[in-house]
Design a binder for this molecule. Structure first.
Ligand code: ZN
Length: 243
């Protein structure tokens, strides 16, 4: 089974559309949260996600805030301005869909999905081997797919040596996942590794092959919509530079 793994769409419809086209035919989509926040297209993105067949989708911290279960004060000024705007424009139907999302879940008994980390699904960033090591005690499947950091990464636990290593991610070069790993497909809607191209991954459940991918989308179009909506200029600039 060919699975599209996406995360941190952040209301960037142009990026999502480009990723879906680039990914081609898939059997399932696993979405690791943060559908909204920052970007200018919350309704279009949520509607696109709702239309996906064979979808497993969990909630991110921005999604949690938009349904009223997390204080906007926990976000920095510009992220908060974006949430206030999103709250105003998001339709009731889309809001209901967001409310239905779980915080973390397990798929096929093999992969745990969590937005931030399995230990703290809404807030924790897994950016180094120490944090990764602590998190291996918080899921019992061979693999855990995470988002939130907006950076394509993979951490491997060697259970015999009790050591975690950060494996290098090579775009377009599929690698076979070996138990146990914490893997991040990167962000489709707001990449933060200085590469503005959308990030996502294709996972094959039979061969356990993971292919990290990048695709260029029309950033200018999204920047223009951000400016038209009066959203923070910072969010337009960062899309162009990938941070
Ligand atoms: Zn995010």
């Amino acid at each position: 089974m060919r699975v599209l793994v996406i995360s941190d769409l952040h209301a960037n419809y142009t990026a999502l559309e480009t990723v879906l086209k680039d990914a081609g035919q898939v059997d399932e989509t696993w979405c690791l949260g943060d559908l909204v926040g920052y970007g200018p297209d919350p309704n279009a993105v949520v509607e696109q996600v709702r239309e996906m067949t064979h979808l497993t989708c969990i909630m991110g911290n921005h999604d949690m805030a938009i349904i009223g279960k997390m204080a906007f004060e926990s976000f920095n000024g510009d992220a908060r301005r974006s949430l206030l705007w999103t709250e105003k424009v998001l339709t009731a139907d889309n809001m209901d869909f967001m409310r239905s999302l779980p915080q973390s879940t397990k798929v096929r008994g093999e992969v745990t999905l969590a937005h931030g980390s399995p230990r703290d699904p809404l807030w924790e960033y897994v950016l180094n081997t120490l944090t990764a090591r602590l998190n291996f005690d918080h899921f019992n499947t061979p693999f855990c797919f995470i988002g939130h950091s907006h950076i394509q990464s993979m951490f491997l636990l060697n259970e015999e040596k009790d050591r975690v290593t950060l494996e290098s991610v090579k775009v377009n070069r599929p690698i076979t996942l070996t138990p146990r790993m914490l893997v991040n497909p990167g962000s489709a809607g707001q990449p933060r590794d200085r590469d503005p191209r959308s990030a996502y991954a294709i996972y094959d459940t039979e061969t356990r092959q993971w292919e990290a991918r990048r695709v260029q989308y029309n950033v200018k179009e999204v920047q223009q919509r951000l400016r038209e909506a009066g959203l923070p200029e910072k969010h337009a600039v960062r899309l162009g530079e990938g941070w």
